[in-house]
Write a protein that binds this ligand. Structure first.
Ligand code: S3P
Length: 458
């Protein structure tokens, strides 16, 4: 009996199969969006190897093409790790850019939209941005306010400051630098402001009380843009303020191998930890500390994980070996959430089969992801016979020894769909689970089913 079957946007999972083998995951989505955008500003040819083939990153590629940037598949380069990964050459530079002739459609991608709005705020154009149903509900005040302070005018549905959401119209132009502390920890907001800062007069500074992923800073450095960083971003000293500043600059063309996406690796790592008899080796993946909170959390739960680091200082990389482990409950504080924001659904599945009561604090931001991921995650756990509830902004999960087969709607949220698949695999052997809304995985990881099937011992 095959463990995974899909039909008409539905996934059927049959449990009882363990997971073994080696796996590479697609290139990191966050790094890819930024690399495409920085390469678009760089006059000349940049080579980006190992881009993931999900729809989110494709939307960013199409949107830079629509403003005059050259994009060509590079078939001469060896494919980086995975057949579905793409190598592209971007021919960029401000001189070749022009306003798009129709709205930029960012699909499901909040990162794509927020970062492109930041980038195009610095151009004297009027640009319309649209997205799918889910993206059209997501708040854009968080970028409209700081970009407005810099001199751009970003408007949408709903007043700015009172749930402004797409479609958006951006009137860009002459920007000036600001010194800004986003009220919520958000790497997307930091990136939008720093991208605008590349076109602004004077210095643009972002201050963070809780550090967020540093991919904008990393890609700027790779492209030779001076980035000034102050303060300690260590999670042990959360009171520290991390500041990053840029001035107007022109990036240089660059070559990058996009590292594997740790957020995608997390599904396989947790699956190996909670499906009895499993062992998996995943990599190379990005291993910067702002993305690896889930690894630290799993270690605290007693997970048998071995980490081999291989990367350089700018892009920390490595491999993870994960073997089946009996896990204990965990308390995750709100300061840690930014470092594992995308891994909450899959960590919740781990907590559902751990011994004791787990508490995830400060999950407000999850309510405004691709779906209401806080409610969706609690529902997911309960649909598989687990015990989870939301208390304020906290998620409380009472561990149970065995999940059972369940039925859940992923509500168009790729991460909920993939986490539910892992929950289905760990259910009592022979149980069936049904996950609807499964097409959503195409936004980030169309090859997920193939890759998971390749490590399931059928
Ligand atoms: C991202 C930042 C995070 C994350 C998202 C990608 C990025 O969002 O959840 O998947 O690439 O900057 P927030 O900035 O809203 O925390």
């Amino acid at each position: 009996m095959k463990a995974l079957k899909t039909y008409d946007g539905t996934m059927e999972v049959t449990s009882g199969t363990s997971i073994h083998g080696n796996l590479s995951v697609p290139g990191d989505k966050s790094i890819s969006h930024r690399a495409i955008m920085v390469a678009s500003l760089a006059p000349g040819k940049s080579l980006l190897r190992g881009l993931p083939d999900g729809d989110d990153v494709a939307r960013t590629v199409h949107s830079v093409e629509k403003i005059g940037v050259g994009v060509n598949q590079d078939l001469t380069q060896p494919k980086n790790n995975l057949p579905q990964n793409k190598n592209i050459v971007i021919e960029g530079g401000r001189d070749r850019m022009h306003p798009p002739s129709s709205p930029l459609d960012m699909g499901n991608s909040g990162t794509g939209m927020r970062l492109m709005v930041g980038l195009l705020s610095g151009f004297p154009w009027t640009v319309e941005f649209i997205g799918d149903q889910s993206l059209s509900k997501r708040p854009m005040d968080r970028i409209a306010i700081p970009l407005g302070k810099m001199g751009a005018v970003v408007t949408g549905h709903g007043e700015v400051g009172n749930k402004c959401h797409p479609p958006l119209v951006v009137v860009g132009g002459h920007l000036h630098g600001i010194d800004y502390a986003p009220p919520e920890p958000s790497a997307q907001v930091k990136a939008a402001i720093l991208f605008a800062g590349l076109s602004a007069e004077g210095t643009t500074t972002v201050r963070e009380h809780v550090p967020t992923r540093k991919h904008t800073e990393e890609i700027f450095k790779i492209a030779g843009i001076p980035v000034h960083i102050d303060g300690n971003s260590s999670l042990e000293t959360p009171d520290n303020i991390y500041t990053v500043s840029v001035n107007a600059a022109e990036p240089s063309p660059f070559i990058i191998d996009i590292p594997g996406d740790p957020s995608q690796a997390a599904f396989f790592i947790v699956a190996a930890l909670i499906v009895p008899g499993s062992e998996i080796y995943v990599g190379p993946i990005y291993l910067g500390q702002d993305r690896t909170g889930f690894i630290e959390a799993l270690k605290r739960m007693g997970a048998d994980l071995t980490i081999n680091t291989t990367g350089d200082e700018v892009i920390p990389l490595g491999y993870i070996k994960a073997s089946y482990s009996r896990l204990n409950a965990i308390k995750i504080s709100s300061e840690e959430i930014a470092s594992l924001i995308d891994e909450v659904p899959i960590l919740a599945v781990a907590a559902a089969v751990a011994e004791g009561v787990s508490v995830f604090e400060g999950l407000n931001e999850l309510r405004i992801k691709e779906s209401n991921r806080l409610e969706g995650t609690a529902k997911l756990v309960n649909s598989f016979g687990g015990n989870a509830h939301v208390e304020g902004d906290n998620l409380i999960i009472n561990g149970t020894k065995n999940l059972r087969g369940g039925e859940v709607d992923a509500h168009g949220d790729h991460r909920v769909a993939m986490a539910a698949t892992v929950a289905g695999l760990t259910a009592i052997p022979g149980d069936h689970s049904i996950i609807t809304g499964y097409k959503s995985i195409d936004s980030s990881y169309p090859g997920f089913i193939n890759d998971l099937s390749s490590v399931l011992e059928d």
